[in-house]
Design a protein around this ligand. Structure first.
Ligand code: HEM
Length: 376
């Protein structure tokens, strides 16, 4: 966890913090206030990406990206991609993902679950959503791994892979070389035929955003979930005996081990009040999703992982207009990954001390182990 998120316990609901950029920000730590900031129009994303806005990260997001827009531009762009994440669209991926999970585990008694299982499952999911041709999935995921620094490589190699990926995706959109018209790439191409104002570049950057938002996050989240269960063998045994509890366990694991600990910043449009504090126009507010998930006002014993918890309400996918578009897909992947592991590997155990595992660097946006050597 970034050190500026190490707070007194219990933290006040709202406080001033100094970000690593040197900017002062408001930090929200309760679920109640977090939901307000993420949902209410008085806090803007578009103002938060302006060059002079206070920031918690030196990298400025692209101002035309989906995550950087306010209504009505935001709704228009989100509408272009949201059909790929409807309940029927996501449910249609279940059999492919389950078959992939089964093939990956078949005949094995040991594996490094991050590269050999969870990463392949995440790559399959994102490629199927986008409509990357099956024959090119390995090439696409190798490029994506380097572009996102998932495969260790130099910053120059990573930047070169990002460029190559961008050109490859733009090519797929331009010449219609994708798996199905119902895939995201297919629909974006149809949208362009209807609206000539949409450029290939805009469509390719939408695809890039989905990859940025949905690939590394899902790998990190499924890895954190499996690690949490390996560290709580009694909870693993409970699920082995009661696999029908996996969907509820997924919610509790999302609460207990959120892969993205903080939201993007929002900036107050005008002077306003929050939890009795005056927030001035132009000041930035950050929501600690992690602290909201451990809010003692919401959860009895928040530090305890209890996979049969009835109300594992969390902010792991955010809230409001920018709530995670891929949440349904991420939940499906977590459920399948766990159900198949439980079925094949009821005696799963970690072959390393959790302290010795490789982890993503603390400054990374996404948390999680990079390796989970396990046997069964
Ligand atoms: C378990 C894995 C995931 C987690 C924890 C996660 C978390 C989040 C969070 C917290 C936000 C909102 C940030 C904010 O408002 O400040 C978000 C937005 C988003 N997520 Fe996810 N995400 C995950 C997986 C995915 C997947 C699989 C996809 C798509 C393939 C995806 C696509 C998006 C998009 C497009 C947005 C921006 C939505 C908008 O601005 O309207 N995410 N995600």
């Amino acid at each position: 966890m970034p050190s500026y998120l190490t707070l007194p316990n219990p933290p006040p609901e709202l406080m001033r913090i100094l970000a690593p950029t040197g900017d002062r920000l408001w930090l929200v730590t309760s679920r109640r206030l977090g939901r307000q900031v993420l949902a209410e129009d008085r806090f803007s994303r578009a103002l938060a990406v302006a060059p002079q806005a206070p920031a918690n990260h030196p990298l400025r997001p692209e101002p035309t990206a989906l995550t950087s827009l306010d209504p009505p531009d935001h709704g228009r762009l989100r509408g272009l991609v949201s059909h790929a994440f409807t309940p029927p669209a996501v449910a249609a991926l279940e059999s492919t993902l389950r078959q992939t999970a089964r093939e990956l585990l078949a005949g094995k008694r040991a594996a490094d679950l991050v590269p050999d299982y969870l990463m392949v499952l995440a790559a399959t999911a994102i490629c199927r959503v986008l409509g990357i041709p099956w024959a090119e999935q390995d090439r696409f995921s190798a490029l994506a791994d380097r572009a996102h620094g998932i495969t260790p490589c130099s910053p120059e190699e990573s930047a070169a892979s990002r460029e190559e990926l961008r050109a490859y995706v733009a090519g797929l959109v331009a010449d219609g070389h994708y798996e199905a018209d119902t895939s995201l790439l297919g629909t974006l191409r149809l949208a362009r035929q209807r609206d000539a104002a949409l450029t290939i570049r805009e469509l390719a950057s939408l695809v890039e955003l989905l990859l940025d938002a949905g690939y590394e996050t899902t790998i990190g989240q499924t890895s954190l979930a499996v690690l949490a269960l390996l560290e709580h063998p009694e909870q693993w045994r409970f699920l082995v005996n009661r696999p029908e509890h996996v969907p509820g366990a997924v919610e509790e694991l999302l609460r207990y081990a959120p892969v993205v600990p903080i939201s993007f910043t929002r900036v107050a449009r005008h002077d306003t009040e929050l939890a009795g504090e005056r927030i001035r126009a132009g000041e930035a507010v950050l929501v600690s999703l992690l602290h909201a998930n451990f809010d003692p006002r919401e959860h009895p014993d928040p530090d305890v992982l209890r996979v049969d918890r009835r109300t594992a309400r969390h902010l792991t996918f955010g809230h409001g207009p920018h709530v995670c578009l891929g949440a349904r897909l991420a939940r499906l992947q977590m459920r399948i990954a766990l159900e198949e592991l439980i079925r094949v590997a009821p005696h799963l155990s970690l072959e390393a001390d959790p302290a010795d595992l490789g982890y993503r660097p603390p400054e990374a946006v996404v948390r999680g182990p990079t390796s989970l050597p396990a046997s069964w």
